[in-house]
Design a protein around this ligand. Structure first.
Ligand code: FES
Ligand code: FES
Length: 162
């Protein structure tokens, strides 16, 4: 099959790779570049486990062809920590027990990151709405909600976790 040469900047590192036209961004990140923190659950845009930031916006990377992402900046969960220091979102998910089995957690965090940049002081309803496209099969959503509230506080907002 024909391959296409594309360039992606992932977490600040430039990569050049050759992909088939059908290759999904999620698979390019995981299988070609080794960013396996981006999980694949459904490949049908339902679960959100594959969520990454594409030029700053949260997208489900199972819904984007790798060729469509040519020339973009991608941020994955691996880009959250800084020199071994957890991002406030990671700290909050740990502290509030928001990562249960953890499979959905990278997508939850990337969705929350985009959301909190737009809405640094959200209420519960706004957090629930923001995360409605991310499914946690552990169904322990309260801890995830608490984690995002706590992260909002740590990132400069004023809401308080229960
Ligand atoms: S794997 Fe992309 S939304 Fe489920
Ligand atoms: S933590 Fe288990 S699916 Fe979300």
């Amino acid at each position: 099959m024909t391959h296409h040469d594309i360039g992606l900047t992932v977490n600040g590192t430039e990569h050049e790779l050759s992909v088939e036209p059908r290759t999904l961004l999620a698979h390019a990140l995981r299988d070609e570049l080794g960013y396996t923190g981006t999980n694949v659950g459904c490949e049908t845009t339902m679960c959100g486990a594959c969520t990454v930031l594409l030029d700053g916006d949260a997208v489900k990377s199972c819904t984007v062809l790798a060729v469509q992402a040519d020339g973009t900046e991608v941020e994955t969960v691996e880009g959250l920590s800084d020199d071994g220091e957890f991002h406030p979102l990671q700290e909050s998910f740990q502290k509030e027990h928001g990562l249960q089995c953890g499979y959905c957690t990278p997508g939850m965090m990337m969705t929350a990151l985009d959301f909190l940049e737009d809405n640094p002081d959200p209420d519960d309803a706004e957090i629930r709405e923001a995360l409605e496209g991310n499914i946690c099969r552990c169904t322990g959503y309260q801890n995830i909600l608490n984690a995002v509230k706590s992260a909002a506080d740590n990132m400069g907002g004023t809401s308080e976790a229960d």
